[in-house]
Design a protein around this ligand. Structure first.
Ligand code: COA
Length: 362
């Protein structure tokens, strides 16, 4: 009797689809002009607190205004709003979610992470016990999370992943001239996607491509320290003393970040096209991370991206870090530009340094 050969089992290939999308920004609009007069409590003062002006900010960054939360609102509150909208868009109940991934650099508290607060606020903490991941890749977190969600779904591990990027920057900015380079850039907001197995195995739809990178030599070019765990006590200053409290605010080497962001977002974009074989004719929208309009315009010029395919929201929302990608897609979907099934090429760059690119249909 002939020996049986090895038994080969080919599991059917699961592909990932974006089933729902949602976003949320707080109502309070802070224009560049108003920003000049705000104090640490976001209250308008009679005299300017920051030596800056609307023309400088618009010319250097493209930002006209940003959104700020009201006192008492936490990052998980923004996350739950965006998540609820993404769930409704996907036609899912919160109890269908079997995994939560949240990207944020502004968690409600140091630990536990925002994921468990979001789970609780969705009302599923005691119903599903679904796992909650917090990821810390700053402005690149949404594409890092997209890659994780895609891998989880492809492996059959989870069937409904809720991926959220949510940030409250307004509470941690330096409302003095010392912090003007950073304070002008950032705003509050959240965006979310629900991901699950795709109904088709069409390789040109769903999550098509993700690639993410990091270079830790840039870690001190954009960071917020707050504490140093190598020291005892780990908070070694009076946080109320503006002369000594620099560590509680973000620090940035703006020029180095700028140059590297242009370089890596361009290369990541070109690599995404080369590795998938797509051209700009196959891509409906280019959605770069929203840090600076000039960075994105330079990337678009280098990667020869048709201007009419570039989507931006930085003018209205500033940089909302982990939230910019879903927030921008959803903003333009609500405006009627982005349609169901459109193919998006997204690229991100942020603190770490971290960066990456992805191609997916929405
Ligand atoms: N308003 C007015 N003046 C400002 C200012 C503001 N908000 N921020 C900085 N300045 C001043 C600087 O203090 C400096 O003054 P000085 O010459 O007296 O020292 C002057 O403007 C020029 O600063 P510089 O840093 O050379 O300006 P820039 O052209 O590089 O623009 C950024 C600064 C921050 C807009 C720019 O470097 C940038 O966008 N970098 C990337 C940042 C980023 O994207 N971060 C997030 C990544 S995810």
């Amino acid at each position: 009797m002939a020996a049986l050969g090895p038994v080969r089992y080919h599991a059917p290939m699961i592909r990932t689809a974006i089933l729902g999308l949602g976003s949320y920004v707080p109502d309070r609009v802070v224009t560049n002009d108003e920003l000049r007069f705000l104090d640490d409590k976001h209250e308008r003062q009679a005299e300017p607190t920051i030596n800056t002006d609307d023309a400088w900010i618009q010319q250097r960054t493209g930002i006209r205004e940003r959104r700020y939360v009201m006192p008492g609102v936490a990052t998980s509150d923004l996350a739950v709003q965006a998540a609820t909208r993404a769930l409704a868009d996907a036609g899912c109940a919160a109890t269908d979610i079997d995994c939560i991934i949240v990207g944020t650099l502004s968690p409600d508290i140091f630990f536990p992470g925002v994921g468990v607060f979001l789970q609780r606020k969705l009302g599923i903490a005691d119903k599903t016990s679904c796992p909650c991941y917090d990821i810390r890749q700053q402005c690149s977190a949404f594409l890092y999370g997209l890659q994780m969600a895609d891998a989880f779904i492809k492996s059959g591990m989870y069937k409904r992943v809720l991926l959220v990027g949510a940030e409250i920057h307004s509470h941690s900015m330096d409302y003095s001239t010392r912090g003007r380079d950073v304070t002008a850039l950032f705003g509050d907001g959240a965006g979310a996607m629900v991901l699950g197995p795709a109904p088709t195995d069409d390789p040109r739809s769903g999550v098509i491509y993700t690639k993410v990178h990091a270079d830790g030599t840039g870690a001190e070019n954009l960071y917020i320290k707050i504490f140093d765990i190598a020291k005892a006590p780990y908070l070694a200053y009076d946080t109320r003393d503006r002369e000594v409290n620099k560590d509680i605010y973000p620090q940035m080497d703006g020029k180095r970040v700028y140059v590297r962001a242009v370089r890596e977002m361009n290369l990541a974009t070109q690599r995404a096209l080369a590795e998938t074989g797509f051209t700009w004719d196959d891509i409906d929208w280019f959605v770069p991370h929203q840090a600076n309009l000039r960075i994105n315009e330079q990337v678009a010029a280098l990667a020869k991206i048709p201007a009419e395919k570039c989507l931006h929201t930085i003018q209205f929302y500033g940089n909302t870090t982990a939230a910019t990608v879903p927030l921008t897609i959803d903003h333009w979907r609500q405006a009627g530009k982005v349609k169901k099934g459109d193919r998006v090429l997204s690229t991100v760059f942020g603190s770490g340094f971290t960066w990456g690119a992805a191609i997916f249909t929405v």
